[in-house]
Design a protein around this ligand. Structure first.
Ligand SMILES: NC(=O)c1ccc[n+]([C@@H]2O[C@H](COP(=O)([O-])OP(=O)(O)OC[C@H]3O[C@@H](n4cnc5c(N)ncnc54)[C@H](O)[C@@H]3O)[C@@H](O)[C@H]2O)c1
Length: 270
């Protein structure tokens, strides 16, 4: 029997990278997964991976920064699965610029995706998580639920990323507030901060990928320089190594962990 048998999880940004790897691990351990992503094609590929593991998947495609989207995701999850045990706020991208060239729009875009969307999703999860837990507790039933927020070592500051750093640091504060407010309902909320993970987000900027008009990626020269200056950054994590941190915080392995920040950075901040 898997560690997530009978559980239902929502993972945002599960169409690629770390979110996809988390969806696969969750399905391997028995969870049904709601896959949310901007891009429907990649999301459907993740759904097929979940299906191959014998679990049910539901794709909800769209922009999680759209204020209507969080409620749509919760309604779709409720209609298909009738419950929610795990919410992973993982979707994200970058919009890098040095401060003197950063626009208001670039700064706001990072707050929208990394902080405001997670807040709205947590709030929208209330009927399925908090209110449901309250009813269960009145009947003497204890169900443990988990919220996992995906932050970054960049929350501690990085040049060219004032917007991303601020949003990912804000997410740590949100995590701690939710953890305290919903602890009485056995809903634990934790944050995982990754170092470099080998995904589209950290590929060479020269590859030319964009999300919502923002160029993502890291200049090749910077990728090479980091390898030389930090012995713990010689390689990036695989998406599965990163997703293991999410899995830990979503599973019963972390039943005594709440409001915490776990670093999964290969020692980059050691
Ligand atoms: N890759 C790293 O080194 C690294 C390090 C620290 C933190 N992170 C964080 O991990 C998370 C996952 O990133 P990844 O590396 O797997 O990147 P990725 O680009 O491989 O996957 C991110 C997914 O999120 C989706 N997405 C982006 N904006 C969205 C939106 N507005 N609505 C819905 N879906 C959206 C994308 O379509 C994509 O499929 C992000 O929050 C990122 O900030 C990544």
């Amino acid at each position: 029997m898997g560690m997530l048998e009978g559980k239902v999880a929502i993972i945002t940004g599960a169409g690629r990278g770390i979110g996809r790897a988390a969806a696969e691990m969750f399905a391997e351990q028995g969870a049904d997964v709601v896959i949310c992503d901007l891009d429907v094609g990649p999301a459907e590929e993740t759904a097929a991976i979940v299906g191959k593991n014998g679990r049910r998947a539901l794709v909800v495609a769209g922009d999680i920064c759209d204020p209507k989207m969080p409620q749509e995701i919760m309604t779709a999850a409720a209609n298909k699965f009738g419950r929610l045990d795990i919410l992973v706020n993982n979707a994200g991208y970058s919009a890098d610029a040095v401060i003197h060239r950063m626009t208001d729009e670039q700064f706001q875009a990072m707050l929208d995706i990394h902080l405001i969307a997670p807040f709205r999703l947590i709030r929208a999860s209330c009927p399925l998580m908090r209110d449901q837990a309250k009813k269960e507790l009145e009947e003497g039933i204890v169900v443990r639920r988990k919220i996992v927020n995906v932050s970054s070592i960049v929350a501690f500051g990085a040049p060219g990323q004032a917007n991303y750093s601020s949003a990912k640091a804000g997410l740590i504060g949100l995590t701690k507030a939710v953890a305290k407010e919903w602890a009485p309902f056995n809903i634990h909320c934790n944050c995982v901060a990754f170092g470099g993970v080998d995904t589209r987000l950290t590929g060479p900027k020269e590859a030319g990928f964009t999300v919502k008009g923002h160029a993502i990626g890291v200049p090749q020269a910077l990728i090479d320089a980091r390898k030389e200056t930090n012995p713990n950054a010689r390689r990036m994590a695989t998406p599965r190594e990163a997703a293991s941190g999410i899995f830990y915080l979503a599973s019963p392995l972390s039943d005594f962990v709440n409001g915490d920040l776990i670093m999964v950075d290969g020692g980059a901040r050691a």
